[in-house]
Design a protein. Structure first.
Length: 118
């Protein structure tokens, strides 16, 4: 499984941004796709996830009010819609995929930079 994340950029506080994660290769058997982010000097943080079927979106508590994860079945793509972005959202955002077992995310994209200016 190969994952390609895109859509990052430089935005101002209050703006919205939509990230995309396209899966290619052997996608049969993917159980879920998750989004993570890592800010400079901080540990990687879980943002949210969605099943490969497009059901059961799940979010970290601090993300669920402003972030929405969706699935485009026609393009094997998972999206992360981010609204009302704040400087604290500045990070490299990664998408990752996992199979049903093991439950760890084994496949990672290269990350896309999101920078929010105040």
């Amino acid at each position: 499984v190969q994952l390609q994340a895109s859509g990052g950029g430089l935005v101002q506080a209050g703006d919205s941004l939509r990230l995309s994660c396209v899966a290619s290769g052997v996608t049969v058997g993917i159980y879920a796709v998750g989004w993570f982010r890592q800010a400079p000097g901080k540990e990687r943080e879980f943002v949210g996830s969605i099943s490969w079927s497009g059901r059961n979106p799940f979010y970290a508590d601090s993300m669920k009010d402003r972030f929405t994860i969706g699935k485009d079945h026609a393009r094997d793509m998972v999206t992360l819609q981010m609204n009302n972005l704040q400087p604290g959202d500045t990070a490299v955002y990664y998408c990752a995929a996992r199979r049903n077992k093991p439950t760890t995310y084994a496949f990672w994209g290269q990350g896309t930079q999101v920078t929010v200016s105040s």
